[in-house]
Ligand binder design. Structure first.
Ligand code: NAD
Length: 270
């Protein structure tokens, strides 16, 4: 990989990756519509609004790989999701095709499958069950990834990120935690592995309470280092302070499922 573009550079994950990725890829172009406040003189930054195709094309021009983190990263009004995550994601893949970028790693989310009950263990072949407009936009991004892989020959990897943080912060996060260094491993597989075509991986560390079968990632050599049980006691202590959430506690997507929920708990799917 000569040049890698990372969108969403000013965000939480982008800011952490600005510490971790330069050791792996010598030429990284960081992009966002907002300039990172702590941008260093040696870092290359290209401003681009994902909703504006010409800006996205200019940002990815000449790159071999893209790590697409940019977008609205939580539930929000439809118009916001539409601009940043639907139009923005289309622009990203289409710009990659037009400018001959070979690989895209897409930051998908566990919220694409949030309406599976916690007692169900699922792999990447289970149909999507988004828990929010945000989750729908991630399922849309995964569909775009597939279209551009099979129709246009891009090599794409969608990573359904659980929760990216230095340590898991409550009971749900013990199941879905992703240690930052483990995300770097998954990104490297997506950008470098010769057999990548169109893959979906779970962005999860070695979580004993995990709900996902991540065999697809393991086949490509993923060996997560983070072990959430090492953080169990503080995470469960934080959980004890939270109010009960009958719907959110049942489903994998947690509060994204109970938010705006009026489906009736009797419909809770096993
Ligand atoms: N943090 C997590 O645990 C987690 C979990 C699942 C998925 N993800 C996904 O990973 C990605 C990064 O997450 P994050 O936590 O760093 O999010 P974040 O909200 O901190 O950062 C997102 C960045 O995208 C930029 N952005 C938003 N709209 C844009 C637009 N129209 N054009 C250009 N840039 C735009 C924002 O300025 C921001 O800097 C997101 O796509 C998110 O959905 C994150």
């Amino acid at each position: 990989m000569q040049t890698v573009v990372v969108t969403g550079a000013a965000g939480g994950i982008g800011t952490r990756l600005r510490q971790l990725l330069p050791a792996v890829y010598p030429s990284i172009r960081w992009s966002d519509r907002v300039r990172p406040a702590d941008l260093a003189a040696h870092e290359t930054f290209v401003p681009a609004d994902l909703a504006v195709m010409s800006e996205v094309e200019a940002a990815v021009d000449g790159a071999q790989g893209i790590v697409h983190l940019g977008g609205f990263s939580t539930e929000g009004p439809w118009e916001t999701i539409l601009q940043a995550n639907i139009i923005g994601c289309y622009n990203l893949f289409e710009a990659a095709r037009r400018r001959g970028v070979e690989r895209v790693v897409f930051a998908s989310s566990n919220h694409a499958i949030g309406f599976y009950p916690r007692q169900r263990r699922i792999g990447t072949e289970a149909p999507v069950r988004p828990d929010s407009r945000y989750g729908v936009s991630k399922a849309f991004g995964e569909a775009l990834a597939s279209l551009y892989a099979y129709k246009h020959g891009l090599r794409v990897t969608s990573i359904r990120i659980g929760h990216f943080l230095e340590a898991p912060i409550d009971e749900r996060r013990l199941s879905i935690w992703l240690k930052p260094e483990d995300l770097v491993q998954l990104i490297r597989i997506g950008l470098e592995h010769p057999d990548i075509r169109c893959e979906i991986f779970y962005g999860a560390s070695d979580n004993a309470r995990g709900w996902w079968d991540n065999a697809a990632a393991f086949r490509f050599g993923y060996r997560p280092q983070g072990r959430s049980e090492e953080h169990r006691d503080p995470a469960l202590a934080e959980q004890a302070k939270l109010p009960a959430d009958p719907v959110g506690d049942w489903y994998q997507g947690g509060p994204y499922c109970s938010d705006e929920f009026d489906g009736g708990v009797e419909h809770a799917e096993v």
